[in-house]
Design a protein around this ligand. Structure first.
Ligand code: ZN
Length: 319
């Protein structure tokens, strides 16, 4: 009896610090067999939080990969989620979203460790609670591929998101108008697709604003989505974009369709990343050489639909 009690005590003593450590850990090293879903379940967070916090361009994890986890907060006596949201300076809805494991906001208890919402300045992945995916097309409009892509999307009744370049909008306003009329979301992809970190602040601002004005001139609406060319942007400019009403959109699945790969390879790249909340990066512009996005698109749509995915615009996926 005494021996049993001693073993039990030893087990408790060994397990307590381990359990405690797991709950407050703010970093994690990926182990063999780990998935985003498994890790997010373990830490009471969501896959998109891990992806967005770590700025991952993929949903697939490598063993040994280092992951940052959301900061945690230990609930004090008499605290409600509302009180905590005031204390942390975040909205109550963000706090609830950061803690999908809490099914009833009234059931938090003193000593409970909850997740602090992350400051989501860049979106690499959208809401993962439903089987929805956003297809995005960059660098248009133009006349070779855009028309075909729009036709496929119309035929298959799919809403997508186009990140357009200002100077091409000026050249091909009709294409942009068609995208918008078809119900697709339109995002700002700068005026002339520069490498943004090389621009001075004023040049950066003018580049974004002139594209926004051109888009608004054609469709009558200001874009609220922004994607930096090559995915590169200086950190401090994200805040400016946010103040201008933009959400900065990156991607989860890169088709690399610009690299002259086959339709087969493009489809396979998307299918490998197929997960709820994924943002797929494709293009509707290619200067010259082979470009098989148009051939890949119907298959991507059909295969994802077979797996039960729905297609939404980026704006819908984020909310
Ligand atoms: Zn681009």
């Amino acid at each position: 009896m005494l021996k049993k009690a001693m073993i039990l005590t030893a087990v408790i003593l060994v397990c307590l610090p381990l359990f405690d450590k797991t709950m407050v850990a703010e970093e994690y090293i990926v182990e063999q067999g780990d998935t985003l879903l498994k890790i997010s379940d373990q830490f009471g967070t969501s896959p998109e939080t891990i992806v967005n916090l770590n700025r991952l361009y993929s949903t697939r994890l490598e063993p040994g990969q280092y992951l940052e986890l959301p900061d945690t907060y230990k609930v004090n006596d008499g605290e409600t989620l509302y009180k905590i949201s005031m204390k942390l300076g975040v909205s109550l809805s963000d706090l609830v979203l950061a803690n999908p494991a809490i099914s009833n906001p009234h059931w938090i208890y003193p000593g409970q460790v909850i997740n602090v919402p992350i400051n989501n300045e860049m979106h690499f992945m959208g809401d993962t609670s439903e089987k929805r995916i956003a297809l995005t097309f960059d660098d248009g409009p133009e006349v070779t591929y855009t028309t075909q892509i729009l036709e496929i999307l119309r035929e298959k009744d799919v809403k997508a998101t186009f990140f357009v370049v200002g100077e091409r909008v000026r050249k091909y306003p009709e294409q942009l108008r068609q995208m918008y009329q078809d119900g697709h979301a339109i995002g700002n992809h700068t005026w002339d697709h520069p490498h943004l970190p090389e621009l001075k602040d004023q040049e950066f601002i003018e580049n974004i604003q002139s594209a926004a004005e051109e888009i608004e001139r054609v469709i009558g609406v200001k874009p609220t989505l922004f994607r930096p060319p090559y995915g590169e942007i200086k950190e401090r400019r994200l805040e400016w974009l946010e103040k201008q009403g933009y959400q900065t959109i990156m991607w989860t699945a890169d088709t690399k369709d610009w690299s002259e790969i086959s339709a087969e390879e493009i489809v396979s790249k998307v299918m490998k990343e197929a997960n709820p909340g994924v943002i797929v990066l494709q293009h509707n512009y290619h200067a010259s050489g082979p470009f098989e996005t148009v051939q890949a698109l119907p298959r991507i749509i059909d295969e994802l639909r077979t797996q039960g995915y729905e297609f939404v615009t980026v704006s819908e996926l984020l909310n």
